[in-house]
Design a protein around this ligand. Structure first.
Ligand code: UDX
Length: 436
């Protein structure tokens, strides 16, 4: 099938490459010429495991092309809208300017019978507001939210847990759903459930899924606050409640909380939209979810301060991690960097290391000192603060080895991913988040 993907960021670039890898003819469109040049050369403009290989194979096959000219979307039967929906600079609602801009540009390229599939995360009701314009071009709009996780984006796109397509319950809506079913035939054949809903439900599924995941993390972080006060261990608590499969162990990792380009902004936009609908009270708990999450970053800073007896002035602190999570170079709303910045603001000499995210981190926070090599970053440290649980820190850094590099013996584990016994046995003061 011939398709276009408008917007080649984290979502669109992976989607375009994945669709080409299963035999479709795909044109990726983006207004950023540097990004297009990189993609056309088969190179991902960001770190995403497996994406370079997929892009290179797609470009070599001739099925995957990239362009900065929206006119190259003409001739496709299916057009995915995969542009960003950032948080408004003056509020918590979603900024839809890229969605509107992309659609405006696409409309003149559409032919009767084309399908436009929105993938961006939008406030419920957005698709209904766009339908008339798409229909005016003789095309049909469906909503097809994306649930991929950064770091697992290729896998999640090729083998999704589920596919959701929202469409109008009329003939053109039903025809459009069949176009999506054909586009995703491989995943469906492999067993991915294909759910057809109305437009509003499809939009809401995405908001609800993100709200639930964020709530799960803040729930366990709230338990971590209590565990800490009671002298209990939140990681064992999570193991124990997680065995109940109504609860499940995944997303019960307590620590410095969630960040990234999705969960934080999406729960705020979701709450803002609920307010507009007169249902602010229904998601009042999301404000609490956000507040608990932000408290974790402050608390991590407090734990470091306490470990030094109240002041970090002049202390050399090595931060292990900058990305908002491992397997990603994304530093958007990264709790790791926020903790680093606060410690620096308190007079510590902070050094940040990360295997992938230092370029992005330096672009946003040039005031921090970055050291690419983990061991060089550890040399002479008075304290070590683990803030992103890369294997390089979690599995491949023994306390014995760290002892040969650091000067002090304080390790603050912001992700509860180290073995406290092992570090204590090697003479370190181990501080977890909600662990005795
Ligand atoms: C998330 C959703 O998982 C995905 O379905 C949606 O499409 C976009 O938002 P992503 O932002 O890539 O994906 O990352 P995710 O793996 O969900 O992690 C989000 C944040 O939560 C990270 O900062 C991570 O460190 C944190 N987290 C995750 C925890 O603090 N504890 C956990 O147990 C799990």
């Amino acid at each position: 099938m011939r398709m276009s993907v408008i917007g080649c960021g984290y979502l669109g670039a992976v989607h375009a490459a994945a669709m080409a890898s299963i035999g479709h003819e795909v044109t990726g469109i983006d207004t950023n010429p540097d990004r297009i040049a990189a993609l056309a050369a088969g190179k991902a403009p960001f770190f995403e495991p497996g994406l370079d290989e997929l892009l290179a194979a797609g470009v070599a096959s001739g099925r995957l092309t990239f362009s900065a000219d929206i006119a190259d979307a003409a001739g496709s039967v299916l057009h995915f809208l995969a542009v960003g929906t950032p948080q408004q600079s003056d509020g918590s609602a979603a900024d839809l300017r890229f969605v509107h801009g992309a659609l405006d540009a696409l409309l003149p390229q559409l032919r009767p019978g084309d399908v436009v599939a929105g993938k961006s995360t939008v406030p419920v009701g957005t698709a209904a507001g766009l339908t008339e314009r798409v229909e005016g071009a003789g095309a049909t709009l469906v909503w097809n939210p994306e649930f991929l996780r950064e770091g697992w984006a290729v896998r999640d796109t090729l083998h999704p847990d589920r596919l959701v397509v929202g469409a109008a319950a009329d003939d053109s809506g039903r025809r459009a759903v069949e176009v999506l079913r054909e586009a995703y035939a491989d995943a469906i054949a492999e067993g991915s459930p294909f759910l057809v809903t109305d437009l509003a439900t499809a939009e809401l599924v995405k908001g609800a899924a993100n709200a639930f995941l964020a709530t799960k993390i803040s729930f366990i972080n709230a338990m971590a606050e209590i565990a800490e006060a009671a002298g209990a261990d939140v990681t064992r608590l999570a193991d124990a409640i997680g065995y109940d499969d109504r609860i499940g162990r995944r997303f019960l990792g307590a620590g410095i909380g969630f960040g990234g380009g999705c969960l934080p902004k999406d729960i705020r936009a979701f709450a803002a939209r609920a307010e507009e609908l007169g249902r602010g009270a229904s998601v009042g708990f999301l404000r609490e979810v956000d507040a608990i999450n932000l408290r974790r970053r402050e608390h991590a800073v407090r734990l470091v301060l306490e470990a030094f007896g109240g002041s970090v002035v002049g202390k050399r602190i090595t931060m292990l991690g900058a990305a908002f999570k491992p397997h990603s170079d994304d530093v958007r709303d990264s709790p790791a960097l926020e903790v680093a910045i606060r410690l620096r603001g308190m007079g510590a000499k902070v050094r940040v290391t990360d295997p992938e995210a230092l370029g992005n981190a330096a672009a946003v926070h040039p005031q921090l000192k970055y050291v690419a090599d983990r061991d060089k970053a550890l040399k002479g440290a008075d304290a070590v603060v683990l803030v992103t649980e890369w294997d390089l820190y979690r599995r491949e850094l023994s306390p014995e080895h760290a002892s040969t590099l650091a000067r002090g013996r304080i390790i603050v584990d912001g992700r509860n991913c180290l073995d406290p016994q092992a570090w204590r046995a090697a003479g370190w003061t181990y501080v977890g988040m909600g662990r005795p």
